[in-house]
Design a protein around this ligand. Structure first.
Ligand code: SER
Length: 318
């Protein structure tokens, strides 16, 4: 990877992936593109920022030509809960950005990274130690896009030789840009709410609903390690299970309460999020990622709670 275009760069992952890539490959070799002017401005403060609607194939290809891009990181997506409110838009946006990424990669000989998700699985999937290769019948439009995206990306690899790679991300916990419209968002939101006066958080996900989660530094490392991995070792491509911790709201809130004794929590269950979280794995088996490209996470829940509380407190006093 020498010249990288990140599309959808202003979101939760892009906001931190862009600086991570800049550190590894140099500021001049990373182009962040986003649809929203405000995000483009922020990208320009730290490096190269461009405005792009990733569903516009010509504009997308123009950027790839302009910067002589050789790697596309496609982060464009409507997440699971928002997707259920606007299924048609979710399909158009999620699949449109991916199809353009793949076609442009084919034409300009780029590699492509697109995240898949725990959302690619559904209620008929084994929930405990969910295998790498298993039943994938998701119950959300977000998941339908992820499975279709995995298949399409593998198809572009086998049929056209496009170097496509992907991981199935757990819910990502971070203290940069906040996620929006996801089912796992509670595990980020809670830190922002609990440090406010009142120290209270109302959770929309059932207290005993286990989902895989991951701290951003591990997620970033996963992306760059996979993209740098020796292709000869990759038996799978789209997409690898990766896991680092799994917990339910009750466990996370107990860990927070140990640190903030007057923190209080209650539940106002969102039926859509409850159904989605119940359909996703409790914990994935990531042994293929470990074997094929050396995946090894560093962060567990207790350390994440300490780090998130410190980081979010610091932000709130700025
Ligand atoms: N974080 C995503 C969501 O909750 C899952 O990949 O929609």
């Amino acid at each position: 990877m020498k010249r990288i275009l990140v599309v959808g760069a202003g979101g939760q992952i892009g906001t931190e992936l862009v600086p991570h890539l800049q550190k590894l490959y140099g500021k001049d070799n990373v182009i962040g593109a986003d649809l929203k002017d405000l995000q483009v401005e922020k990208l320009r403060e730290g490096g190269i920022g461009e405005k792009l609607d990733a569903t516009d194939a010509n504009a997308f290809a123009d950027l790839v030509k302009k910067y002589k891009v050789d790697s596309i990181f496609n982060l464009v997506a409507l997440l699971s809960a928002t997707g259920e409110k606007m299924p048609e838009l979710a399909w158009k946006l999620n699949m449109g950005a991916l199809l353009n990424s793949l076609n442009i990669a084919k034409e300009f000989k780029c590699s492509v990274f697109t995240p898949s998700s725990i959302g690619a699985f559904g209620s008929s999937t084994p929930h405990y130690k969910t295998p790498q290769d298993t039943v994938m019948r998701p119950n959300t439009i977000y998941g339908v896009c992820k499975v279709a995206g995995e298949l399409l990306s593998d198809y572009y690899f086998t049929r056209f030789g496009v170097d496509t790679r992907s991981v199935r991300f757990p819910g990502i916990i971070s203290n940069g840009a906040q996620p929006g419209g996801g089912t796992t968002d509670y595990a980020v939101e809670v830190f922002y709410e609990i440090i406010k006066d009142g120290h209270h958080y109302t959770c929309e996900v059932p207290q005993d609903s286990y989902m895989d989660m991951m701290y951003m530094p591990d997620a970033l490392k996963a992306v760059t390690d996979l993209m740098e991995a020796d292709p000869a070792r990759l038996i799978h491509r789209n997409s690898f299970n990766i896991a680092s911790m799994s917990f339910c709201p009750k466990e996370l809130f107990e860990a927070i309460k140990k640190r903030i004794p007057d923190a209080s929590f209650d539940y106002d269950i969102d039926p859509v999020k409850a159904a989605i979280s119940a359909s996703w794995p409790d914990i994935m088996d990531d042994s293929c990622a470990r074997e094929e490209w050396g995946w090894k996470p560093e962060w567990g829940m207790e350390a994440v709670v300490d780090d998130m509380l410190a980081a979010v407190r610091k932000k709130s006093v700025k």
